[in-house]
Design a protein around this ligand. Structure first.
Ligand SMILES: Cc1cc2nc3c(=O)[nH]c(=O)nc-3n(C[C@H](O)[C@H](O)[C@H](O)COP(=O)(O)OP(=O)(O)OC[C@H]3O[C@@H](n4cnc5c(N)ncnc54)[C@H](O)[C@@H]3O)c2cc1C
Ligand code: FES
Length: 279
């Protein structure tokens, strides 16, 4: 049996600054072994443990989509030991990846439905994966109206700016970006995500809501969605509890009797309401 702790070797193809504060970088990795690439089947919402040899490993949401074969993309905020080591890695370096881990957004259930995707901060990574997946020409017809509400503290902290600009030009996605406070040069919407969601007031009819972001954003957005008529079974969240093994072995990520790494990180609000409120 394959050792689940053994990372696959990958090459760092690109490492670039994503945000103006230089705290978030985006990493593009390619598989070194063709066989690993063929076996690494993932879906939007899953994560992987990225290992910097000699420093340790940390979980990150996969920002690329399975519709973009041959590479894995992660956007990583520098906060501590592993993330700082990652930020300092040169292109061409070898690192390790364990995954794909966790469950994923229930895209089969989303088929034929409208979607409202609501994201904040670096948690937008797995939402980028989902949006890219849905917008792929092979998949777009399987889903209804796509609305994306994406917020950041200031314009410089918005991720994937080139893609946001490209999405804005398309007529099969409604993109609403917002920042917390007025900023020089920003002509778009200003306001916190829960308030903007209430203003946009997406119809709950035949619609799923997907929410991913910092706990405070989730806390205030969920009641708005319920007020708009979204039932808890059609509100889908992704949790980012602290993790170590990522495979249900170490007990680091539990909420009640659930392992966020193995049973999640994706849970509907209906599922979360069955768990103790410690997530
Ligand atoms: C499923 C999942 C997906 C994630 N996706 C991303 C992603 O796409 N991009 C990204 O930048 N980060 C993501 N994270 C968070 C990332 O895993 C942590 O930032 C990383 O583990 C920090 O490692 P470090 O060694 O640099 O920090 P450490 O040296 O271990 O810690 C530095 C500081 O950060 C705090 N910290 C570390 N991890 C967490 C956490 N999960 N929650 C709250 N505080 C924490 C520590 O308490 C400490 O204060 C994700 C986490 C999970 C569980
Ligand atoms: S991270 Fe080890 S049990 Fe979930």
């Amino acid at each position: 049996m394959k050792n689940p702790y053994l990372p696959l070797p990958m090459r760092l193809e690109k490492n670039f600054i994503e945000t103006e504060d230089k705290n978030i970088r985006t990493f593009t990795l390619s598989f070194i072994n063709k066989e690993d690439e063929e076996n690494f089947k993932y879906m939007p919402g899953q994560f992987a443990e990225v290992c910097v040899f000699g420093k340790g490993e940390a979980p990150f949401g996969i920002a690329s989509s399975p519709t973009e074969p041959g590479k894995l993309v992660f956007s990583v905020m520098k906060v501590g030991k592993v993330t700082t080591a990652l930020h300092e890695m040169n292109e061409g370096s070898i690192l390790g990846v364990r995954g794909p881990l966790g469950n994923y957004y229930p895209l089969e259930e989303f088929e034929g439905k409208n979607l409202v995707i609501i994201g904040g901060g670096f948690a937008f990574t797995t939402l980028r994966s989902t949006i890219t997946y849905i917008l792929d020409e092979k998949n777009r017809d399987r889903f209804g109206k796509l609305t994306v509400i994406y917020g950041a503290r200031n314009p410089g902290l918005l991720l994937y700016k080139d893609e946001l600009a490209a999405w804005e030009k398309r007529d099969d996605i409604e993109l609403i970006t917002t920042i917390d406070r007025e900023a020089p040069g920003w002509t778009g919407r200003v306001g916190f995500i829960p308030a903007v969601t209430e203003q946009v007031a997406p119809s709950a009819e035949n619609t799923y809501a997907v929410v991913c972001g910092p706990p405070v954003m989730i806390k205030f957005t969920l009641p708005i969605l319920e007020k708009l008529g979204f039932p808890p079974e059609r509100i889908v969240n992704s949790l980012e509890n602290r993790m170590k093994c990522g495979i249900g072995m170490c007990g680091r990520c539990n909420v009640g009797n659930k392992y966020v790494c193995k049973d999640g990180p994706v849970f509907t609000l209906a599922q979360l309401q069955q768990l103790p409120g410690e997530y």
